[in-house]
Design a protein around this ligand. Sequence first.
Ligand SMILES: [Fe+2]
Length: 238
Amino acid sequence: MKIAVFGDIHGNIEALQTVYQAAISAKVEKIYHLGDLGGYAPFVNEVVDFLIEHHIEGVQGNYDDSVGNDREHCGCKYEDALQAEMADLSFKWTKEHASQKTRDYLRNLPFELSFSVHGKKVILFHATPKKNNLYWYEERPEKFFHEMAAKIDADVMIYGHTHKPYRKDFRGKVFINAGSVGKPKDGDPRACVTLVEITQSSMQTEFIRIPYDVGKIAAAIIASGLPPYFSEKLKTGK
Ligand SMILES: [Fe+2]
């Protein structure tokens, strides 16, 4: 079975359309998203409509929970005061512009999704098995991976939230961070789509990076009234 996974789309409809075409070209059987559908770019409603229209199921991210439930804070982590201020503006903008249909969709997303292939249990969630706002970076010690695996009954775990893709294999368990479609933070501004192919005897993971019209979405960010800060971030993939 071959699937495509779309991590953290964050209102970037241009990137979403691009990775969708790549997934179709790769002839995947199913596409999943990992939540965080709005914020930082203006097309949260269009992203939700696209996912519904194309029957792309997914899980709830911290941003979806916060917007869908009208919380005070997006549950994101900030590195400095500027980032905190910008993130706050983005969160307020997204709450103001999300339609009722979008809010309902975000609020009702499940925390996790699971399925079995060739006897392997695959689980998707946004950040970690029990908390959707904890950053599970590749650099975490191996012990952390084992602690997370102990919280859930799964052979393959697929998640996002950090916007930095990786795969690790420990003690027969597979850990895949699918990166981010719409707001990569690993220094590569191209959209990321993760393909996972599970056969009887193997499991292949591919992180495909696809160029798209970053300038178009960057201009849309500025035109929408969101801080230009986010258009600059998209161009550098930071
Ligand atoms: Fe995110």
